[in-house]
Design a protein around this ligand. Structure first.
Ligand code: GAR
Length: 203
């Protein structure tokens, strides 16, 4: 598999940092070719530039509609010969033009044990529901929101006195371990999709 990665962000970029660190430390055999943000002035862009990476802002307001924006993203990623696209706190729905350009080649990380609590404020949803465990999920991106085949998950217990902030912080620690590991698995395996499941093809 083409090991040229792009990471798409919208903010803080702590998951981006964990991917940068894993590649630099040799835990993930890949090259991070490009970081794209849909927002200007976010900390993730600074992290990318500090690591010597190309970091580009692609602003949705410069495009007439969602499809045009996603087509521009796809075009940019194709021109850089990207093999795997990693969404890391990219807070936009990804549409057909991008999904079709990179079928089963887009990963996302989400702060819950999917399929529980998709969408926004997953940690708040978990607390409101009263679940005793939550966690993080890395999955393939499909046209269904937060519902593609699962690559990896990690469980985080919910404590009696947890707030959104404390639970989010503990989940984030797990995310930083999980995402590089999931990327490594995807790059090294020969995968096929059976129903909703991602299954390793045996040689
Ligand atoms: C992470 O917790 C990630 O799971 C979440 O946004 C945060 C980004 O943090 N993503 C979603 O909720 C996507 N639905 P980061 O910018 O520090 O990596």
């Amino acid at each position: 598999m083409n090991r040229r990665l792009a990471v798409l962000i919208s903010g803080r970029g702590s998951n981006l940092q964990s991917i940068i660190d894993a590649i630099q430390g040799g835990a993930v055999a890949a090259s991070l070719e490009l970081v794209i943000s849909n927002r200007t002035d976010v900390a993730g862009l600074e992290r990318a530039r500090a690591a010597g990476l190309e970091a580009i802002v692609l602003s949705p307001s410069d495009y007439p509609d969602r499809d045009a924006y996603d087509a521009a993203l796809a075009d940019l990623l194709r021109r850089r010969d990207i093999g795997l696209v990693c969404l890391a706190g990219f807070m936009r729905l990804v549409g057909r033009p991008l999904i079709d350009a990179f079928p089963n080649r887009i990963l996302n990380i989400h702060p819950s044990l999917l399929p529980s609590f998709p969408g926004l404020q997953a940690q708040r949803q978990a607390l409101q529901h009263g679940v005793r465990v939550s966690g993080a999920t890395v999955h393939l991106v499909t046209s269904e929101l937060d519902n593609g085949p699962i690559v990896a998950q990690s469980v985080v217990p919910v404590l009696d006195d947890d707030t959104v902030e404390t639970l989010s912080a503990r989940i984030l620690v797990e995310e930083h371990r999980l995402y590089p590991e999931a990327i490594r698995r995807v790059l090294e395996g020969d995968w096929l999709i059976e129903g909703r499941r991602l299954v390793r093809r045996r040689p």
